[in-house]
Write a protein that binds this ligand. Structure first.
Ligand SMILES: [Zn+2]
Ligand SMILES: [Zn+2]
Length: 126
């Protein structure tokens, strides 16, 4: 049983790397189906969720719509196309410790921040 889970995890992770475009769980599932039709959608969601919790992949929550996933876990920023929902990497220097710059945090202990740019991708601008 454990072995089967590892195999499914490997398949799903390989597809995530292969797509390399910050896919949603549904997009990963559709791609997995092409080669491994026995892997269920629930399994894809569960495996992606677990890998994100473990820090082996990134979960990118969007303000609207489904979460996207990223096989690249180094700190980097993303831009979201408000028309087609595509997510891409943004090349820019790291912002440094923004939490340290927050002075009025209402008593919160800050643990991090999330940066998501929004706009229209090159295809949608055509
Ligand atoms: Zn677009
Ligand atoms: Zn990324």
């Amino acid at each position: 049983m454990a072995e089967r889970h590892t195999v499914q995890k490997d398949i799903i992770y390989a597809v995530l790397c292969e797509l390399a475009n910050h896919p949603t769980a549904d997009m990963v599932y559709e791609q997995v189906q092409l080669t491994h039709p026995s892997v269920s959608k629930a399994t894809v969601y569960r495996v992606l969720g677990r890998m994100a919790e473990q820090g082996s992949i990134l979960r990118l929550p969007m303000s609207d719509g489904a979460d996207h996933f990223d096989h690249q876990t180094h700190p980097h920023y993303h831009v979201y196309c408000e028309e087609c929902g595509r997510v891409a990497d943004v090349i820019m220097p790291e912002l440094g410790n923004l939490c340290a710059a927050v002075t009025d945090s209402c008593g919160y202990e800050l643990t991090g921040y999330r940066v998501l740019f929004k706009g229209r991708c090159p295809d949608c601008r055509k």
